[in-house]
Every structure is written in C-alpha cells, then in structure tokens.
Design a protein around this ligand. Sequence first.
Ligand code: NDP
Length: 245
Amino acid sequence: MSNDRIALVTGSNRGIGLEAAKQLSDQGVKVILSGRDRTKLEAVRANWSGKVAPIDIIELDVTKAEDRARAAQKIAEQYGRLDILVNNAGVIVEGEWGQNNSETVSQEDLQTTFGINLFSQVGLTQELLPLLKKSNAGRIVNVSSILGSLAVNADQESGWSAVKPFAYNASKAALNMFTVSLSQSLVGTGVKVNSAHPGWVKTDLGTSAAPMDVTEGAKTVVDLALIENDGPTGQFVHLGEEQPW
Ligand code: NDP
C-alpha cells in the first residue's frame, strides 16, 4: 500500500489520539494533527518523537460545524484527498463514572455526550467523505468502547455494568451503529469503516487505574487505520479480535 498516506486524527493533542498519530507516523503516514487548542498542538509538534513529522495542524473543535467545514476545505485545497480519518475525540462527562445511570442521567449530560461522541463524528465524517472516496484506500476508524456493546452489557456474567455510565455507554452504542450503517452504504467504494475498542487505557479519560498503557491502547486504532484492501469493514475490533455488538 502507498507509503504517503495522509491521516487526520481528531483530539490528537493528548491520550490515545496523540499516541495513534505518533504510531501512524512511525509507519510512514503523514499526519494532520487536530484539536481545539492550536497552542497545545504546536507544543505537540515541537516535541514530536514519531518518524514522520506532522504535515499540518488544524484547529478543530469537532462539535463546531464551521470548524468541520473549514477542516474539509483546507484538506481539499492542500492535499486533494484524505486516506485515513480517526474519529478519536470523545468525552465522558464529569461525574458519569460514579453517578449517571439511566434513571438519573440529565438531559444536559446526554446532550453533551452525544454531541461530542456521536453527532460530531457523523458530521465530520460526512464533510470528509468526498475526500476519503478520492483515496485508493480510504479508512475510517471510529474510536468506540466495549462499554458501547449491547451484547456485553446485556450479559450480566460479563463483568461489565450496563448501569453506569449511561450517557457514555449509549453514545458509543450509537457510534457503533454509525460504523455498521456507514460501512454498508460504502460497500463498493473502497472506503472501510470500523469501530475500535482500545482497551481500558491510562489517560485522563481512562484514569490512572486503567491496566493498559497508551502505547498498547493505540494499537487497535492504528491497525484498523492501516488495514489492507482485503481487510474487514463494518467490524468492532480489539487487538485483532472481533468484538460483539
Ligand atoms: P483523553 O481524555 O485523554 O483525550 C480526549 C481527547 O478528545 C483530547 O484530545 C480532547 O481534547 C479531545 N476532545 C474532547 N472534546 C473535543 C472536541 N469538542 N473537539 C475536539 N477534540 C475534543 O481520552 P482518551 O485518549 O482516553 O480517549 C480517546 C478516545 O478513546 C475517546 O473517544 C474515548 O471514548 C475512547 N476510549 C478510551 C478508553 C480509555 O480507557 N482511555 C477506553 C475506550 C474508549 P482537549 O485536550 O481539547 O480536551
């Protein structure tokens, strides 16, 4: 596969997004860093330890329609195509871990969570699809979570709790539906869409209690971004293993 692929990673100023961007650059991919705060992205670029330096920085708050449109326009003008989109930016709102179940969750927390974890991913992907279709190997990776698996949550023996954090779990279940739906509508185009479960990873979101470091946590995301043309589409994957929806 061509070695000069171009990737956009959302929320690549820290956590899994930053590490995925570095690992992609180690594979020769030209990465466009993006995030809400240009200063943080400039600092990331200044301290870059990946193989290929990032080719660009785009200020992109994924919840803002004008940012999404401007990002697509800039990539179209500068590069004419996009090979890899990693929809990584995501949140779990303050207090969700301990408090929000489906009996108590507020409309505000639902709206915030779905706004970032679903609506933005759909909106940005739609803006960038014409550019991904111009690639020989368009790849979309939706960074999901096993907490969004209905099958795992419904299995009370699984060790995962369907009860909390409700807004986060529901937003990732909906993101998984986006993966399934979009992958089916793109069959025949060459663009592949998959959901990644990174694992429980030590980041601000995952907390220091998580067992996995960010190097391993970014691996599933990077693998799915680099799958060959005969690789899967419409799957939910963790470290090469298909996960139940
Ligand atoms: P972090 O909290 O470390 O990083 C979250 C990233 O998302 C930051 O770069 C943040 O930017 C960015 N972000 C948040 N809101 C926006 C926005 N509106 N626009 C643009 N960027 C935004 O979390 P992780 O690295 O752990 O999480 C990355 C993804 O992995 C998420 O989708 C998460 O749900 C998923 N995941 C994580 C797991 C874990 O254990 N860590 C487990 C399963 C899934 P800023 O610095 O500006 O806030």
